[in-house]
Design a protein around this ligand. Sequence first.
Ligand code: SAM
Ligand code: SF4
Length: 334
Amino acid sequence: MITPVQYILQDHFGRIVNNLRISVTDRCNFRCRYCMPEEGMVWLDRRELLTYEEITHLVHIFAELGITKIRLTGGEPLMRKELHILIEKINRVSGIQDIALTTNGYFLAEQALALVKAGLKRINVSMDSLAPEKFSVMTRRNYLHKVWEGLDAVEKLPIRPIKINVVLIRGINDNEIEDFARFARTKPFIIRFIEFMPIGADDGWSIEKVVPTREVIERIDATGKKLVPVEYHGSQPADRYKFEDGLGEIGFISSVSEPFCSSCNRVRITSDGKLRTCLFSLHETDLKALLRGGAGDEEIKEIIIQAVWAKEEGHLINRPGFVRPERTMSQIGG
Ligand code: SAM
Ligand code: SF4
């Protein structure tokens, strides 16, 4: 067996992993149709969740292995009590340079200041529609006003960039592409169009419902406002654009039409402490059992190194051999 270079997390395809997504809860107060069924979600028993101390312990271990960036997610991470305390703890871990959060925005207005004071550096807020009725169709909750309050609160704080995640589903919210583009010209936000992926329970996914990035770009270009690439990745299409006369930017997460697996630098820990080396992994490594079973840091490090070494080459969405993971996006941590 080839042993990877010590203190660099690397897989056997040569990808260096420096980015860790941590889900802090599987619970959520929304029921986005691409993520969760309307009813019947069974939540983890709270004792199954990693405690803040356990999460911080794991962050220490991962930081020693070369992880520099942490993103907290869920479920809805702001439903976990006093999340700012966890951020404060992670912020003190040597080697961690960046702490980000993905949230549905519902509790953001009340928590934003504490989160930023604790050391939060970047934030992604999910908002799939600018229209209240359409927002309710996407999320099955009539809470758009709360998301706006959250965005207003973070805009006043020293936290940048502020990204807005928009999952596009053909026939539901794709008629708002041009409205979101206009929004990105007038506000200092990065609007990120995310391709709909087959990972929700009960989500009715089909390839016809995915709005590919190329189509979104063409439709925005057709408005007469030309997009200018911000970043190029060689021969790949740019994934960030701005307008010549705009304040904000537009980004694309083309997970289905142009997967970025070959440059994937991330792994995930679920809220019940399982390490997943891909969103679409079919197996997990139980870090919680190791922690609670009294394993030492060196033993845990060795197990993480081996798991990352075996990271999947990529997902097979819309190709033969694709198998949906048993867990939903909210259970894994998106
Ligand atoms: N609750 C938080 C939120 O919604 O921002 C964080 C967790 S959520 C699972 C993280 C991100 O995953 C959100 O931006 C959401 O839109 C995205 N997501 C969930 N299910 C998805 C799917 N089937 N396809 C694409 N993106 C999805
Ligand atoms: Fe909740 Fe986020 Fe899933 Fe929507 S996408 S149901 S807000 S976890």
